[in-house]
Design a protein around this ligand. Structure first.
Ligand SMILES: *Cc1c(COP(=O)(O)O)cnc(C)c1O
Length: 373
């Protein structure tokens, strides 16, 4: 069987360094807010290209903490609006509503699946304080239109970089393009820990120090609390683990691009829409292919066919946020592009440990998919 993502094989490929790193932490007797986290924060900030990095508990917390800090700083307040793509993983939106800010959903572009920049301005009101862009599936979502709008309307740009660690916009890394970015090191992400992990990156010193305090009970000094914070920290084992994997991330992302290039050139099927459907064939570093997502009106049929042929696939995502019970107040709203995407997408296996033989097998089986009526 070809697995969707073989996490064990991925982590095995870093041995023995991973086990050594974990052992080093166990032996150190220091498990939180220590040398590994500090070193990781420096290495990660330098990788992304920002002045600051704060290691936190997970990707959702990274995003939540950014808004919480802006509220503490008086830059945002309850009831302010944040523009966010309707087509995203629900965590992007949870980070906004958790802070009693109002998520304002915007449809994606059907070719990139990222927020449609031409639909943003009509959603801007006097209460709009930020645009959250999500580099979905690992593809950069920044563009000149978003930058112009943010400047014109004095909006913060928050990046959800959970799926795009290592990605570029021109020659600048995503995660350093806006005012602040949230990153996830969930095991299945391109830079995956052995448990939960996340980070915030930014260039603003004040913002960084408020986030650092908020993630540690609102404390700036032990037992001195300036804010009503939470406990969300990147532990030493995760930090040590991530330091090992960060060194190979660009090479691993390049291998994903190679696989994606092969898929794009060789999956030929009248009913299957590939990424870059507009005819763009040459992959650039503005996509790290966290996911390789195809689209077909016969999605469920295709998934069954692939399963029968030993190929594991997943759907990212089956139910859009506005159709979830968690956001019942939006259930009656209509986002046709988002809904079409959720009904038609299917994610193929892709990872740095996939072999050429496996990639070819997926491609060949897809070519022989026959559509039933
Ligand atoms: C994974 C993910 C998150 C949340 O990250 P966690 O570490 O799982 O909390 C947020 N946004 C997007 C787009 C994600 O894919």
């Amino acid at each position: 069987m070809i697995k969707f993502l073989d996490l064990k094989a991925i982590n095995d490929s870093f041995e023995p360094e991973l086990s050594q790193a974990v052992k080093r932490v166990i032996n150190s007797g220091w498990y939180l807010l220590g040398k590994e986290n500090e070193a990781f924060e420096q290495e990660y900030a330098s990788f992304i290209g920002t002045k600051h990095c704060i290691g936190v508990g997970n990707g959702l917390d990274a995003l939540r903490l950014i808004f919480k800090a802006y509220i503490e700083m008086g830059i945002m307040q309850e009831g302010d609006e944040v523009i966010v793509p309707a087509n995203t993983y629900i965590a992007s939106i949870l980070a906004i509503s958790d802070n009693r800010l109002i998520p304002v959903l915007v449809e994606p572009d059907i070719n990139t699946y990222n927020i449609d920049p031409f639909l943003v301005e009509e959603k801007i009101t006097k209460r709009t304080k930020a645009i959250m862009i999500v580099h979905l599936y690992g593809q950069n979502a920044m563009n000149a239109e978003i930058q112009t709008l943010a400047y014109k309307h004095n909006l913060k740009i928050i990046e959800d970089n959970a799926q795009a660690v290592g990605c570029f916009y021109a020659d600048i890394r995503t995660g350093s393009l806006g005012d602040a970015a949230g990153h996830s090191f969930y095991p299945g992400k391109n830079l995956g820990a052995i448990g939960d992990g996340g980070a915030v990156t930014c260039n603003n010193e004040k913002l960084a120090s408020v986030i650092r305090a908020l993630a540690n009970y609102g404390s700036t000094k032990k037992y001195v609390n300036d804010y009503q914070g939470l406990n969300s920290r990147l532990d030493e084992i995760q930090a040590a683990f991530l330091r090992v994997k960060l060194k190979r991330l660009d090479a691993d992302n390049q291998r994903r691009r190679e696989i994606a290039q092969y898929y794009i050139e060789n999956i030929v099927h009248p009913n299957i829409i590939l990424p870059f459907a507009k005819g763009q064939k040459q992959i650039t570093n503005s996509h790290i292919f966290h996911l390789f997502v195809i689209r077909t009106p016969q999605r469920d049929q295709l998934q069954q066919y692939l399963t029968k042929n030993g190929i594991q696939t997943l759907i990212h995502y089956p139910i859009p946020p506005h159709k979830q019970l968690a956001y019942m107040e939006w259930n009656g709203m209509s986002f046709p592009v988002t809904e079409k995407i959720h009904n038609e997408v299917l994610s193929l296996p892709i990872s740095p440990v996939m072999t050429d033989i496996e990639v070819r097998k997926v491609t060949e089986i897809l070519r022989t998919f026959v559509t039933l009526k």
